[in-house]
Design a protein around this ligand. Structure first.
Ligand code: UDP
Ligand code: MG
Length: 324
């Protein structure tokens, strides 16, 4: 330990959920990658409640080889929480998150690191194409990123998963965001700092099946939409305004009909229609207003920091200055 107790430069976080089929090839490729990297590196596997042999293999590896570490979660908490657990345990100056299935090619990691060395704090890997994924998955992913982009108030890059590198100072800021329903790529976009991208062609899964069934994808999309956009809330208030406005217009028209003593009118119809449509509009408007307050509560309970400081200058001088 003493000989190689240099501080760790790179930490690679890999969430693992029932990935025994892909582990042999992953470990080989990782080993190659770690030896190629320019500084001391660690690889942290987070076992997200696997029920296959992945934990056994990874634990044995962590005991045998000091570059590998293992964290076993007590059950399946989901991909986003797993990568959070892994990032929390890192020691490196640059933290890289990648999937276990080699869809995020380890070779790209070196390109991420090169950009980091140029001075960027966040380097994300953007997919130019996605091989071996169903038309449905590609289409929904495409739609998801476009919709999120137009709804969200922070610029969340399109076609970017969690495959990225972040500087330690970004991680320190990220750890001040204790929100429960996590959409990590959005949270990192929210944080800002100097961000850039590297592009790659996403490969097919090296082995095994996707661990993201439809319901997990829907949950991720919901977390993204609810955590990073208040467009749905604003929708309620706009609907309320439009319906109320239309109800007023319609009510006016019905009233005019009634006053013109149109003989086609059924007795009592005009008043009923006017009351019902007005109440409907009011109702929706009120729901929208309640929604705005709920939105504020939602903002508060996320407990995000108010701001994130990237740099401070000149404060040390103040401290060092004499009292008078
Ligand atoms: N994963 C996880 N917990 C889950 C689902 C997935 O840790 O509940 C891991 C999985 O082992 C993989 C990564 O998250 O390393 C991405 O999952 P997958 O490749 O199945 O997703 P896809 O590429 O199909 O979107
Ligand atoms: Mg995958």
């Amino acid at each position: 330990m003493a000989a190689d107790s240099k501080p760790i430069s790179y930490s690679i976080v890999i969430p693992v959920f029932n990935e025994e089929a892909v582990l042999p090839v992953l470990l080989r490729r990782l080993d190659l990658l770690l030896t190629r990297l320019s500084g001391p590196a660690e690889a942290i596997f987070v076992d997200d409640g696997s029920s296959d042999s992945s934990p056994v293999v990874l634990q044995a590896l962590a005991k045998r080889d000091p570059r590998f570490r293992y964290i076993g979660l007590s059950r399946n908490f989901g991909h986003q929480v797993a990568i959070t657990a892994g990032m929390d345990a890192t020691q490196g100056e640059a933290i890289i998150v990648m999937d276990a299935d080699l869809q995020d090619p380890p070779e790209i990691v070196e390109q991420l690191i090169a950009k980091w060395q140029e001075g960027y704090d966040v380097v994300y890997a953007r997919r130019l194409s996605r091989a071996g994924e169903s038309r449905f998955k590609r289409a929904t992913a495409h739609l998801f990123y476009r919709m999120l982009g137009s709804m969200s108030s922070v610029g969340i890059p399109a076609d970017v998963g969690d495959f990225r590198l972040i500087d330690r100072k970004v991680l320190d800021a990220l750890r001040q965001m204790p929100e429960q329903d996590r959409f990590v790529r959005g949270m990192i976009a929210w944080l800002g700092f100097r961000q850039t991208e590297v592009t790659f062609h996403r490969l097919e899964r090296a082995a095994g099946e996707t661990k993201y069934p439809l319901f997990k994808m829907v949950r991720l999309a919901m977390n993204a939409a609810l955590g990073f956009s208040d467009a749905p809330l604003r929708l309620a208030i706009w609907c309320g305004l439009v319906v109320s406005g239309l109800a007023l217009l319609y009510g006016g028209w019905v009233l005019a009909l009634w006053m013109s003593n149109d003989s086609h009118l059924v007795a009592g119809w005009s008043s009923t229609i006017v009351i019902v449509s007005l109440l409907c509009g009011m109702n929706m408007l009120m729901t929208g207003i309640v929604g705005l307050y709920v939105g504020r509560i939602h903002g508060e309970v996320k407990r995000r920091p108010l701001y994130v400081v990237q740099k401070r200058l000149g404060f040390e001088r103040d401290l060092a200055a004499p009292a008078h």
